[in-house]
Each structure stands twice: as structure tokens, then as C-alpha cells.
Design a protein around this ligand. Structure first.
Ligand code: HEM
Length: 387
């Protein structure tokens, strides 16, 4: 494993650039400063996005065969697409996630969250523990995404299992037997997605109508089903956990002195669900003063960039609205910047507004545990109960 890009390591001393060798012996150039991370992400000609979805543990032949058996292919579509088709595919996805369409989902989502919070409050009042990941955050983003891009019905549990399997298969340190099991899970769902891509309405139909091949439609749906829901449910869990330890912020929310949107931005800065993102140097170049050879894997450490004292006043403190709070790079930067940022922010704002009061007077029974992963936090649970 290269490193865990959160917790103790994100707080420790680091140079601006560090070459770190990962668990399979591959060196990566880790970029820690805000200005340099932004430069890398905003210049996809020099630092191409082609390696964004490469498996950090090379997938062995046996697991590749399992994937091939499901006709698994992941052509460049969005995050890993440095080619000419990227702007058009991105444009179609961006239309589906247009801020007006996102805003239209807000009342529905607010009602859903309010109902759930009422149920969770009753459970807490009765002395029962509640898991704010499983019982609140896990499926909300998928339910909203399904309405926005018109996903055909698929069991929520199956999509969550597939998405988490994909995040593990491509970004975790793994042994061969685990890779086989994950390849089977990811491959199985890929077959389901091929069916959606061929017949589905909404986004799939629009991509088909624009003349994109079935592989491209599957690739776009694959990425959206992972990036468009798993990231946000992870973020909601991490943010609620953080807020549980920030009573002054919750008091400010109650009194109206602290704004919900400021809490979301400070959460993205300090608890980003995506801690790193990769690019590959296309040519011999420099970063700061340092030479970077063509072919170098560059790891933009988004979580660290959010704590750069050059951009934020109190980098390690959760102070909503502080100068620099919104300058985080949790959504990346440049032509590949997250196309779902508006949606993620809306979902988080609804959850903070409706669910923060749940955290008053609770103790944490089980904080989120996050497995080793280069990029995604993947918290597994967040259990609280009333004292
Ligand atoms: C808190 C939640 C989220 C975080 C932290 C996040 C973060 C990111 C990051 C770091 C990137 C790479 C940006 C770059 O290369 O510069 C990205 C790309 C992307 N994200 Fe998100 N994301 C979130 C939620 C979403 C949602 C809700 C959707 C859609 C429903 C979404 C769709 C995408 C897509 C399609 C891309 C690829 C864009 C492209 O390459 O043009 N994300 N996201």
C-alpha cells in the first residue's frame, strides 16, 4: 500500500513532493501542496488522466479471465478519458446533472431524509443504537442518482456491493484470491449494466442517440454508479462522524450562526471521501523546481491539499466559513473536475440540515472504520446511541 491518505499520515510532516514506492514496487510522485496539486489536475495535456482507473494491484491473469468471461471492458469515457470524445460525453452527463435538475430533487430528498431521521430519533429515544451509515447515508445518493439519470430498477444492495467491489478491485492492496472474488462481483454487474446500456432510457438513451458505442455507454454508467453514489454516501458518513465531535459547530447550526453550506465545504476540505487522484506525466516536465519524467505516476493528494496553510487560515480546525475553507480540491480541478459536485453538495446540505440534531446527546458506539485503499475512504459503519 502506498499510504493511507487520511488520519495520522495527512497530519504528519511532508515535503512538497515525495517519491513513494507502493506495495508492488511501483514508484509514485506524491504531490502535497495545494498549488502543485491544482497545477497537475488543471493541465491534462502535461498530466494526462489515462491512469485514473488503473488497478493499483495489477490484476492477475486468472481474475482477468473472469472479467473477460463477463465481456468486461472499460474504455476511456469520463475520468480516464484524455481524448477527443471527453467533452461531448461529459456534456451529456453534465446535462443530466444540471443544477436545475439537481435543485428539483431537493424537496423529495428532504422529505425522505426527514422521515428517516424521525425513525432514527424514535430508535434513539427507545435506547436503541443506530447506524448512520447503513440506516441513513448508504443508499440516499443512489436513490437520487437513479431519478436523475433514469436508472432502470436494480436492487440497491446489488449496486452498493458492486460499487464497493470495484473500489476495492481497482484501488486497494489485494491478494490473488480476493481479486478473483472481486472480479466475479464486478463482472456480474457489468453484464447487468450492458443490458441497461442497450435498453435503458434517460442518460443511456441520450448517449446512444449521440452515436456512442455500447462500450462507451456501459463505461459511463459504470463510472457514474461508482463515483456518483458511493463517494457521496461515504462523505455523508464521514461528515456526520466529524460533526459528532464538533458540538460547537452543531450549536452554531442550531442557532443559525453557522451556515449549512459552510459546514459542507469545511467537511469536504477536512473529510474528503476521495483522498488522492492519479494522473500520468505525458512528457518530461517539471513540478515546482523538480524534474518529472514522462510516464511518472503522479498522485495528487487532495486531502493534504485541503490542509495547506498557504490557502486556509486554521488548516486542521473545523471552522465553517473560515478564509480558504472553500478552496479545497475535493472535487478535483480543470476539465475533469467532478461533474456531480452540485449534486453532492445538495445531498450533503439536506443531510446536515435534517440529521445534525440527531447527534445531540449521543455517544459514538462504533466510529467508521476505513480499510486500506489508495483513493477511497469507504467507511463501513457509524453507530451511535443516546447516553
Ligand atoms: C462528495 C462527493 C464527491 C466527491 C468528493 C467527488 C470527487 C471527484 C473527483 C476528485 C473527481 C476527479 C476530478 C479530476 O480529475 O480533476 C471526480 C470526477 C467525477 N465525478 Fe465526482 N465526486 C463526488 C460525487 C459525484 C457525484 C454525485 C457524481 C455524479 C452523480 C460524480 C460524478 C463524477 C464524474 C462523472 C467525474 C468524471 C468527470 C470527468 O472526467 O469529466 N461525482 N469526482
Amino acid at each position: 500500500m502506498l499510504f493511507r491518505g487520511w488520519g495520522k499520515s495527512v497530519d504528519g510532516p511532508w515535503p512538497d513532493l515525495a517519491t513513494v514506492v507502493d506495495h508492488v514496487g511501483v514508484p509514485h510522485l506524491v504531490v502535497t501542496r495545494h498549488a502543485l496539486v491544482r497545477r497537475v489536475l488543471a493541465d491534462p495535456v502535461t498530466f494526462r488522466p489515462d491512469n485514473a482507473l488503473d488497478a493499483v494491484t495489477p490484476i492477475p491473469v486468472a481474475a482477468l479471465r473472469v472479467l473477460a468471461g463477463h465481456r468486461f471492458r472499460l474504455p476511456p469515457t469520463l475520468a480516464n478519458n484524455g481524448g477527443a470524445s471527453h467533452p461531448e460525453i461529459r456534456g451529456i452527463v453534465a446535462d443530466a446533472l444540471h443544477p436545475h435538475r439537481v435543485a428539483a430533487q431537493r424537496p423529495w430528498l428532504t422529505g425522505l431524509v426527514r422521515d428517516r431521521v424521525a425513525g432514527l430519533t424514535a430508535a434513539l429515544d427507545a435506547g436503541r443504537p443506530v447506524d448512520l451509515y447503513a440506516d441513513l447515508a448508504a443508499d440516499l445518493p443512489l436513490l437520487v442518482l437513479a431519478r436523475l439519470v433514469e436508472l432502470p430498477d436494480a436492487p440497491v444492495g446489488a449496486v452498493k456491493d458492486f460499487a464497493r467491489a470495484a473500489l476495492e478491485l481497482f484501488w486497494a492492496p489485494l491478494d490473488g484470491s480476493r481479486q478473483l472474488a472481486l472480479a466475479a462481483e464486478v463482472g456480474r454487474f457489468h453484464t447487468v449494466l450492458r443490458g441497461f446500456a442497450a435498453t435503458g432510457g434517460g442518460l443511456a438513451a441520450r448517449l446512444r442517440a449521440a452515436g456512442h458505442s455500447p462500450d462507451v455507454v456501459v463505461g459511463a454508467l459504470f463510472f457514474l454508479l461508482v463515483a456518483g453514489q458511493e463517494t457521496t454516501s461515504q462523505f455523508l458518513t464521514l461528515l456526520l462522524h466529524r460533526l459528532a465531535g464538533e458540538p460547537a459547530v452543531r450549536a452554531g447550526l442550531r442557532s443559525g450562526e453557522v451556515g449549512v453550506d459552510d459546514v459542507v465545504e469545511e467537511g469536504l476540505r477536512l473529510e474528503p471521501p476521495i483522498v488522492t487522484w492519479r494522473r500520468v506525466a505525458a512528457v518530461d516536465t517539471t513540478l515546482g523546481e523538480a524534474p518529472v519524467a514522462a510516464g511518472t505516476s503522479v498522485v495528487a493528494w487532495l486531502a493534504r491539499a485541503g490542509r495547506d496553510p498557504a490557502v486556509v487560515d486554521a488548516p486542521d480546525e473545523f471552522r465553517p466559513g473560515q478564509p480558504g475553507s472553500r478552496r479545497h480540491l475535493a472535487f478535483g480541478a480543470g476539465p475533469h473536475r467532478c461533474v456531480g459536485a452540485q449534486l453532492a453538495r445538495m445531498e450533503a446540505a439536506v443531510v446536515v440540515a435534517e440529521a445534525a440534531p440527531l447527534l445531540d446527546g449521543v455517544t459514538v458506539v462504533r466510529p467508521p472504520w476505513c480499510p486500506d485503499n489508495l483513493t477511497f475512504r469507504m467507511p463501513d459503519a457509524f453507530v451511535v446511541r443516546r447516553v
